[in-house]
Design a protein around this ligand. Structure first.
Ligand SMILES: NC(=O)c1ccc[n+]([C@@H]2O[C@H](COP(=O)([O-])OP(=O)(O)OC[C@H]3O[C@@H](n4cnc5c(N)ncnc54)[C@H](O)[C@@H]3O)[C@@H](O)[C@H]2O)c1
Length: 308
């Protein structure tokens, strides 16, 4: 019999790739999303789409009674943007009651394993070397504080109600279907190059870890199969200077733009990177996509998108 998995945030950037990965591995996928920022077109036609606002407890109850999923992969989020979370902390924090409610109802309906999309933002902005999962949390934004609260609640509920949990702390995820209007570095630079604007680089020497979305989807599949109580860094394991990223993008696109350097935001971290040996050891996961290959695919996607 085919295994069933319920995936939230399924119409979004990362969630939709996870849906594809599970479908191609012969799972029955219940793809949950209210299309707030996601797009129905992103959802694989072989998944069973379920439209629900996860902030609405009565509707969540109805959904979980219907499917009784033993495995849930939770990627829905009311606010994914770190800077916006500083301006609107209460909107970011809505993810906390939303996730607690989802977990409570799921436990009542036979939950065995819960996978959560956390973030490297939980390490804060003072890192000087690549973070291990055992580093102390020190979030520096409402977005990171929200992830921290959810992680803690999941760990509590997992031991209290006896289900397994896997927490995946993503670094900067990029790839096809990331919103071109997102504030993230890669879509922003590609968009500026497509419309022929000068590139504005804040700082330039910052180091970042960019991980391709297809590799992130594989990490979710391996985590679902392993069902381990673990927290994992999910990044490329390599740190790239922002300036070098820009050079790579411009050379792939064959452009020679004017570049304006402006001051880095004071709150912006100089360094973001993680050690990924734990995911390699425990899940057998390895990021397979080089930055050049991932960027080439992503640029192709955006070029086709703007031609539509
Ligand atoms: N993109 C990254 O680089 C990155 C890095 C670290 C962590 N994450 C985390 O990964 C997860 C997915 O991120 P993403 O980039 O795919 O974001 P996204 O905005 O593309 O996807 C989120 C999805 O959740 C849906 N959603 C929002 N509120 C909902 C609600 N109340 N009920 C039902 N559905 C709702 C949206 O419609 C959207 O499809 C988030 O938890 C995010 O914090 C992302």
């Amino acid at each position: 019999m085919r295994k069933t998995v319920l995936i939230t945030g399924a119409a979004g950037f990362i969630g939709s790739h996870i849906v594809d990965k599970f479908i191609s591995n012969n799972y029955h996928v219940v793809a949950v999303d209210n299309l707030k920022t996601g797009n129905k077109r992103n959802i694989n036609s072989r998944a069973e789409y379920y439209n629900v606002d996860l902030n609405r407890a009565v509707d969540v109850k109805k959904m979980l009674k219907k499917y009784k999923p033993t495995q849930i992969i939770h990627h829905a989020s009311n606010l994914v943007d770190v800077e916006l979370s500083v301006k609107n902390p209460s909107r970011a924090y809505k993810d906390v009651p939303m996730t607690i409610n989802l977990l409570e109802e799921a436990v009542r309906n036979g939950l065995e394993h819960f996978i959560f999309s956390s973030s490297a933002n939980i390490y804060g902005n003072k890192l000087k070397t690549a973070a291990k999962e055992s580093y102390e949390d020190d979030p520096s934004s409402p977005y990171g504080l929200t992830k921290q609260a959810i992680e803690k609640f999941i760990k509590y509920a997992s031991s209290r109600y006896n289900f397994k949990h896997t927490i995946l702390r993503y670094f900067n995820v990029y790839g096809e279907r990331q919103n071109i209007n997102s504030q993230a570095a890669i879509p922003t630079f590609i968009k500026q190059l497509i419309i022929g604007q000068p590139l504005q680089i804040r700082g330039g020497n910052q180091l970042r870890d960019f991980v391709y979305v297809g590799d992130v989807a594989v990490a979710n599949l391996l985590a679902a199969q392993a069902k381990k109580n673990f927290t994992f860094n999910i990044g490329s394991g390599k740190q790239v200077e922002l300036k070098s990223l820009v050079m790579l993008i411009t050379s792939i696109m064959g452009k020679k733009p004017t570049i304006q350097y402006i001051d880095r935001e004071a709150a912006d971290s100089f360094y973001s990177g993680g050690i990924i040996t734990k995911a390699k050891r425990e899940l057998g996961w390895r990021p397979q996509t080089s930055l050049k290959k991932g960027l080439t695919q992503t640029i192709d996607y955006y070029l086709k998108l703007v031609k539509r």
